[in-house]
Ligand binder design. Structure first.
Ligand SMILES: [Zn+2]
Ligand SMILES: [Zn+2]
Length: 212
């Protein structure tokens, strides 16, 4: 079975998730924004074999620790979509702007596109491109686990900001309703900040995207 653990990292309490196969203990980390020693201590405590970094998008709280972690653990960087390249290149300035520890730019081992898959041992997660918060934002969906790691696309009771460069409110709403809702009402999502919820719950109650 696939399992996961979410650890809030950085001053922005960004939900970094460690995902692993409980048979082989092969693991991936989603959005290592920072606090790498805490993340690696958890990996070690559970005896996991960290093999990959997966990124939803390249804001500093999600991607700020990527270059250092990739180098320290010799890991491939998977994602986000190439439209976030300018955010990756701006990581040093993002760090300075928000008072983060120095963050380095990097080049992903593999850019992701809508319809791609990522794998961890025998498990496969589907990749959906969900632009709006950032143009290259992607979401990782495990149909088996009925879980989606959605970064800053959707939150419990809210949606991602669209007031950044290349943010697009209408596109974000379309990403949510056309690419997240089809994953099913029962699917639980892990947002980039705050508590988990399900798509069904948001369709009923989220003022930004509920069914009308
Ligand atoms: Zn963000
Ligand atoms: Zn965020």
């Amino acid at each position: 079975m696939l399992r996961y653990l979410t650890i809030p990292v950085t001053a922005f309490a960004q939900n970094c998730s460690i995902v692993w196969d409980d048979q082989t203990l092969q693991a991936a980390v989603i959005d290592p924004g920072g606090d790498l020693d805490r993340l690696l201590a958890e990996v070690q405590r559970r005896g996991l074999k960290l093999e990959q970094i997966w990124l939803t998008h390249a804001h500093i709280d999600h991607a700020g620790g990527t270059a250092e972690l990739a180098r320290r653990q010799d890991l491939p960087v998977i994602g986000p979509h190439e439209a976030d390249r300018f955010w990756i290149e701006a990581l040093p300035q993002q760090g300075a702007m928000f008072g983060f520890p120095p963050a380095e730019a990097f080049t992903p081992t593999r850019w992701l596109q809508d319809g791609d898959t990522v794998s961890l041992g025998a498990h496969t997660l589907n990749v959906r491109h969900c632009p709006g918060h950032t143009p290259g934002h992607v979401v990782f969906h495990s149909p088996d686990l009925q879980r989606a790691f959605v970064g800053d696309v959707l939150f419990a009771g809210s949606i991602g900001r669209t007031d950044f460069p290349q943010g697009d409110h209408a596109m974000l709403i379309a990403s949510i309703t056309q690419r997240l809702w089809p994953m099913g009402d029962e699917t639980v999502f892990i947002p980039g900040h705050g508590p988990e919820s399900s798509f069904g719950q948001e369709r009923r109650t989220n003022p930004y995207v509920r069914d009308r």
